[in-house]
Design a protein around this ligand. Structure first.
Ligand code: NAI
Length: 328
């Protein structure tokens, strides 16, 4: 039995993500939580002819507890999105507190669930989640994921456009580091199958992968950031976690994880000098089965990008840890 939960289910990401989870034959129960409109979204989705039983809760009447009890997979897209001119870090003030409160609920009501954090700034909200889980003595690093799948989805799409591949799913680009601007490091030299990017397009491509989110923020002109592509990416990651739990082998997805606590991660953490970092992760029945290290064979350009990313990540991680440590 798989019970999936979406926290922030009535939002721009939450609604299409909940739709994809409801449509999935892999989900038996779907519980939706938000501060507004979640019962409405649940009622709407419940008419879809698929196996998942859908419920929707608001904070009143122990809504968070009812949502989370028995959950296996908790996806969190709750919080405010960017407007033009904002960085993901500008969201910290509001979203840090939202993630803290929701993770406190997870720690109390479903401490063994896989936790997928979408709320930005992911570079800081995942360290906040880790600290809160530690405070409740339930932190299992193999079960806590920052969702960076959208960066990988964008990288595949943009590379495919340049090399003329019709189906971008055939192109896999490892993207490592964090999830904002120059902390996002696409390793184009390790693209599979290998591709040749014309020299005059290389820097523009890297920049587009790092700042692709800004294209959407600008185009939406004040109405938010990526929601539909994020729902696609978030669902892809959730589906991969569920498939791995059900015993499927060889599933690799990139994710922003606490490296020192996951198999294979310690060595990478030492190499990069930060504890939270996105790498391609092999998933298994208990979450992270192995963090893989693609950094051994990267080129000089990528090493420079990595240096910049690590600097930014350190600041973002410290900010998250400090915030959570200051909490009682
Ligand atoms: P939205 O504003 O459309 O939806 C957010 C939802 O969260 C709203 O329905 C709101 O009522 C709900 N919410 C607020 N406080 C809550 C609480 N305490 N408990 C439960 N629900 C609460 O925003 P959108 O566009 O769905 O984005 C959500 C988050 O996802 C933002 O932080 C955004 O920056 C982030 N994001 C992350 C991406 C990634 O790649 N990881 C990509 C795109 C967005």
């Amino acid at each position: 039995m798989v019970k999936a939960v979406v926290l922030g289910a009535a939002g721009g990401i939450g609604q299409p993500l909940s739709l994809l989870l409801k449509a999935s034959p892999l989900v038996d129960e779907l519980a939706l939580y938000d501060v507004v409109n979640s019962p409405g979204v649940a009622a709407d989705l419940s008419h879809i002819s698929s196996p998942a039983k859908v419920t929707g809760y608001l904070p009143k009447d122990d809504g968070l507890q009812n949502t989370l009890e028995g959950a296996n997979v908790v996806v969190i897209p709750a919080g405010i999105p960017r407007k033009p001119g904002m960085t993901r870090d500008d969201l910290f003030k509001i979203n840090a507190g939202i993630v803290r409160d929701l993770i406190t609920g997870v720690a109390k009501y479903c401490p063994k669930a896989f936790i997928l954090i979408i709320s930005n700034p992911v570079n800081s909200t995942v360290p906040i989640a880790a600290e809160i889980l530690k405070k409740h003595n339930v932190f299992d690093p193999s079960r806590l994921f920052g969702v960076t799948t959208l960066d990988v989805v964008r990288a595949s799409t943009f590379v495919a456009e340049i090399v003329g591949e019709k189906d971008s799913r055939n192109i896999v680009v490892p993207v490592v580091g964090g999830h904002s601007g120059d902390t996002i490091v696409p390793l184009l030299s390790l693209t599979k199958p290998s591709v040749s990017i014309p020299a005059d397009k290389h820097d523009g491509l890297v920049n587009r992968i790092q700042y692709g989110g800004d294209e959407v923020v600008k185009a939406k002109d004040g109405a938010g950031s990526a929601t539909l592509s994020m729902a696609f990416a978030g669902y892809r990651f959730a589906e991969s976690v569920i498939k791995a739990v059900r015993g499927e082998k060889g599933i690799v997805e990139p994710s922003y994880v606490y490296l020192p606590g996951v198999p294979g991660g310690d060595e990478i953490a030492k190499a990069v000098g930060v504890d939270f970092f996105a790498v391609p992760v092999e998933l298994g029945p208990n979450g992270v089965a192995k963090a893989t290290n693609p950094l051994g064979s990267i080129n000089e350009d990528e090493k420079k990008l990595l240096e910049v990313a690590i600097k930014g990540l350190k600041t973002n991680i410290d900010k998250g840890v400090e915030f959570a440590s200051a909490e009682p």
